[in-house]
Design a protein around this ligand. Structure first.
Ligand code: ATP
Ligand code: MG
Length: 511
């Protein structure tokens, strides 16, 4: 009889200091299926996949490929067995081109000479076949996250792998790119490849997966057939309780203007003689959540950079609580009451090699509660403060406050940033994709906290690519298209379709 499983991970246990990340987990991947892996932030999903890819050696358990026990000591072994992985946080070489990244380590050579033309042909053929559009000669540091993601996928396909691991590929993609990726996955499955797919988005699991395995706090909970399950059942298996998918909020009671943006223009980083933000004006009042919606890459990032001070503005004026902050430093804006949950958690959110507790006080270690008159840090006060946030926001890690941020799971890194930024009780909270990579339970909690900020009379500027989030949270929606605000919509009366027309540039205010 033919062996039905491509991969079997049997009774896998993997420990880290202070935590059993995988506690006796069994996962069986059938040939030619799309198998989703679901679990809360920190449940052990990335760890389990890293074991399969040879990045971690488990303390216990065995792995079988086509029924035979195999040893996977490192990613080269995994590669030899036809196992490829697209990582949650990309592992591309920033200063290399897309093409060089794809062929890195498996460069075709003849007589000691690199056959780059041959490699390019193969890459372009794959790119065409799967609709993975990339610019092979662009440097990775210059391309969008969507293209980085496609580069990672091409890298995996270039190696002719038959077992494909996707670790949260959709967390950084736009809704359009997600649809494309779902199609690519279906195509790969039709060719007989076996796919492991990690995502927190239950709609995606319902749309493409055949089966789903659920983990909770390092333990195996169960495997279900997707066609006969529901989103509610999946989320209950995952968090152990019912999750409320609806955001409950009262009518907004907007007060004084907190943030005022008048005619600002911000240069584009990629095309320096172009402006990414063109003469944009709007206000955010206390007690309201204003959302900037739009397709990724229409100037939202640069607009936020201008407001938070990460990039200078070329023209225009920004005021915070009545004070001109157009040219003030990031630190000054922060002490004046601006909080920022950044788009890129690794670049602007955390110091990855600092401990969790030090990350929690990054913008306020100089406050009297954390530093003595003589300039010494009050370690005990910092510890207690971090412990309170960890508890309140359920930030999970191996060693609590002294955990190195780098070793934390992606979602828990995000929760730490959100906790820090909201707890500073800012006048203005600038939240960019605040729930990116979070599990449904954590999203429910963070949404409640954002609404609580609003109800406490604070201003919230939300930037989100997720239309569900935009519709659920915002009191006013501003749609950005090609660097301009092209429409202002009321979430109570608009529809996703109408918003889509503005986002695509097919409709604009006054027109
Ligand atoms: N290299 C490491 N060193 C120490 N602890 C680690 C390491 N990698 C993971 N952990 C811990 O193991 C646990 C599981 O982490 P893992 O990254 O597998 O979670 P996850 O299910 O992928 O979560 P997320 O949805 O947030 O990505 C976490 O508590 C994390 O802090
Ligand atoms: Mg993970």
């Amino acid at each position: 009889m033919e062996q039905p499983y491509a991969i079997e991970m049997l009774n896998i246990t993997k420990r880290f200091p202070g935590i059993v990340a995988n506690d006796n987990i069994t996962l069986q991947l059938k040939k030619g299926e799309i198998h989703a892996l679901l679990g809360e932030n920190g449940a052990g999903k990335s760890t389990l996949m890293s074991v399969l890819f040879g990045l971690y050696r488990p303390e216990e358990g065995t792995i079988k490929k086509d029924g035979q026990v195999v040893e996977i000591k490192d990613p080269n072994d995994a590669n030899d067995l036809g196992i490829g992985m697209v990582h949650q946080h990309f592992k591309l070489v920033e200063c290399f081109t897309v093409l060089d990244n794809i062929i890195l380590g498996v460069e075709p050579c003849k007589g000691g000479f690199l056959q780059k033309a041959e490699a390019r042909e193969k890459v372009m053929a794959l790119s065409d076949k799967y609709g993975l559009k990339v610019d092979p000669d662009a440097l990775v540091e210059d391309i969008t996250v969507g293209m980085q993601q496609r580069t990672e996928i091409l890298k995996m396909l270039y190696r002719d792998n038959e077992i494909l691991i996707f670790d949260e590929p959709t967390a950084v993609l736009t809704p359009q790119e997600i649809d494309e990726l779902m199609d690519i996955m279906r195509g790969l499955k039709a060719e007989g490849k076996s796919i492991l797919f990690i995502t927190h988005k239950l709609n995606e699991i319902m749309a493409v997966a055949d089966r789903c395995t659920v983990l909770r706090k390092g333990k195996y909970i169960g495997t279900v057939d997707v066609p006969v399950t529901t989103k509610e059942e999946l989320s209950k298996m995952m968090v152990g309780r019912d999750v409320d998918f609806v955001v409950h909020k009262e009518e907004a009671k907007p007060k004084d203007v907190i943030l005022s943006v008048e005619g600002i223009t911000v240069a584009s980083k990629v095309h320096s003689n172009n402006n990414a933000v063109k003469n944009v004006s709007f206000t955010v009042r206390g007690g309201e959540i204003v959302c900037i919606a739009g397709i990724d890459g229409n100037g939202q990032t640069e607009l936020v950079y201008g407001i938070t001070g990460l990039e200078p503005v070329k023209a225009g004026k920004i005021t915070l609580c009545g004070q001109d902050i157009t040219h003030t430093s990031i630190r000054k804006r922060s002490t004046m009451g601006m909080s920022h949950i950044p788009e890129d958690r690794h670049k602007h959110g955390l110091v990855l090699d600092y401990t969790l507790e030090d990350n929690m006080v990054l913008q306020r270690y100089f406050e009297p509660q954390f530093v003595s008159g003589a300039g010494f840090l009050k370690r005990k006060a910092i510890r207690e403060y971090a412990e309170r946030l960890i508890e309140q926001y359920d930030v999970r890690s191996g060693q609590g406050p002294i955990t190195t941020a780098r070793s934390m799971s992606g979602g828990n890194q995000q929760k730490a940033i959100v906790a820090r930024e909201i707890d500073r009780d800012p006048e203005l909270l600038v939240a960019v994709q605040p729930t990116r990579g979070l599990d449904v339970g954590a999203i429910e909690y963070i949404h409640k906290q954002i609404v609580a900020q609003r109800d406490a009379g604070k201003g919230v500027l939300l930037v989100s690519l997720e239309l569900d989030e935009v519709m659920a949270l915002s009191d006013r929606i501003l749609v950005m298209y090609e660097g301009e605000i092209v429409g202002e919509l009321d979430p109570k009366t608009t529809t996703v379709e109408e918003m889509g027309l503005y986002m695509a540039g097919a409709k604009r205010k006054g027109a």
